[in-house]
Design a protein around this ligand. Structure first.
Ligand SMILES: Cc1ncc(COP(=O)(O)O)c(C=O)c1O
Ligand SMILES: N[C@@H](CCCC[NH3+])C(=O)O
Length: 418
């Protein structure tokens, strides 16, 4: 479904020309399509309609309150990895019984907060974390529902920085240790063992690694049943990829078909934690060309968005399609699209064939809805960009552009320096 399209040579998001947004909200600016977000969520969630399931959108992909509110209103829950994400989710009205909490480094403060909110399930990543959660639940007079995040050791065939379910990764508990940990969990006070969890990586473009992981989890579930431990929730994590360039990831319905086939005969609620597949292609980063510059070796297009706004190209060498907002016939040239940050690694594209562009014109960096704004920083004291949600023929600023004042607000000069 394409809600970013050219009409009469102008790029639109739904029924709004993106230039209008740039003029009002300034650049750089993230723009999301409500219709795309809605469509992606309902397609994913609907693909599992024949199963008892819960789609827990992964907040880290895009944590804007308006977006969380939308998914909550569609019956979604969330997957969180910090107290800050829990706070956001609650602010957006996500009910605690639709919240699952993963992450290898949950602090005592975060554990206490999640226990006090009575979230659906902690996905436990180590034996020490298990003990800590039990202790805090006892201390607070609460019960902690838990799943063990197991590391099934499958290769998701994605970028090495974003694999999570291989033996060498820091995530989860090794398969061999899982049974022992479950035995221990069953003895611990104030802990209810309710599930099994895994998440093997992000931007997967094949179904097979998901199927392999699921088969290993099913074997574990059978062993747990022999110990008298019933699995009420099977959490399969997120990770389904999207098309940035020429990738051909499975459509959510194809992914669902493969998963449902493997679940025959299992009697539990299945949880999914999709992030990128829901929001990735629902957003763009809009930027303005500041200058063009030719050096003996290179042709640069210098834009007002940098690695602090969108770090994926610098961090993973990721591809994002870049296109002028005004489409017209012009010669192409091979350029590096770079930002204003004082790092040579600050680029949005390298050696990219792009129509010849002029200072002042706008470029759209496509597929920027996931891990765009959420990974933004204030490096070089750059205020974070605004975020805008388009809904039909209107648009709403869902996060104001930061100001220079915002950047210094939390800082204090001690008296001896004044
Ligand atoms: C535990 C967990 N769940 C879900 C996700 C969401 O992943 P994706 O955006 O690839 O669907 C991630 C990120 O990889 C994660 O670490
Ligand atoms: N941030 C990564 C994905 C990591 C997912 C988090 N576990 C990206 O932009 O592709």
């Amino acid at each position: 479904m394409h809600h970013f399209q050219y009409r009469n040579g102008r790029l639109y998001c739904e029924d709004v020309p993106v230039e209008h947004i740039a003029q009002e909200a300034g650049t750089p600016c993230y723009i999301y399509s409500h219709a795309t977000l809605h469509h992606h969520f309902t397609v994913f969630d609907g693909a599992f309609s024949q199963l008892p399931h819960l789609t827990c959108y992964s907040v880290k992909a895009n944590s804007n309150l308006a977006i969380l509110k939308l998914f909550g209103s569609l019956g979604g829950g969330v997957d969180i990895v910090s107290g800050g994400e829990l706070f956001r989710a609650r602010q957006a009205g996500i009910p605690p019984d639709r919240i699952v909490y993963s992450g290898v480094g949950k602090t005592r403060e975060e554990i206490d907060y999640a226990l006090s909110e009575d979230i659906l399930m902690f996905n436990i990543e180590s034996s020490q974390e298990l003990e800590a959660i039990s202790q805090r639940a006892v201390a607070l007079g609460r019960r902690a529902r838990i799943a063990l995040r197991v590391n099934p050791d499958v290769d998701p065939k994605t970028h090495p920085y974003i694999t999570t379910g291989m033996e060498k990764n820091k995530f989860g508990v090794a398969m061999d240790e899982a049974l022992e940990s479950y035995r221990r969990a069953a003895e611990l006070p104030s802990v209810d063992v309710v599930g099994v969890d895994c998440h093997i990586g992000s931007q997967l473009t094949e179904v097979q690694p998901f199927v392999d992981a699921l088969r290993r989890l099913r074997a574990l579930i059978d062993r747990l049943a022999e110990l008298g431990l019933e699995t009420r929730y099977l959490d399969l994590g997120g990770g389904l990829g999207i098309t940035y360039d020429r990738e051909q990831p499975p459509h959510p319905t194809e992914y669902a078909r493969a998963i449902v086939r493997e679940l025959q005969g299992l009697n539990c609620t299945v949880i999914f934690e999709p992030g990128r597949v829901i929001v990735g292609n629902a957003g763009i980063l809009l930027t303005r060309v500041l200058y063009t510059k030719k050096t003996p070796k290179k042709q640069f297009v210098i834009v007002d968005a940098g690695m602090n706004d969108l770090i994926r190209p610098s961090l993973y060498g990721s591809y994002h399609h870049i296109q002028p907002v005004v489409s017209e016939d012009r010669p192409t040239e091979t350029v590096d699209v770079v930002g204003p940050i004082c790092e040579s690694g600050d680029f949005l594209a390298r050696e990219r064939a792009l129509p010849q562009v002029q200072p002042g014109e706008y470029l759209a960096v496509m597929s920027a809805g996931a891990y765009g704004f959420t990974m933004a920083s204030n490096y070089n004291s750059r205020p974070k960009a605004a975020e805008v949600l388009v809904h039909g023929d209107t648009f709403h600023v869902i996060r104001l552009r930061e100001t220079w004042e915002d950047l210094v607000r939390a800082e204090r000069i001690p008296e001896f320096l004044q």
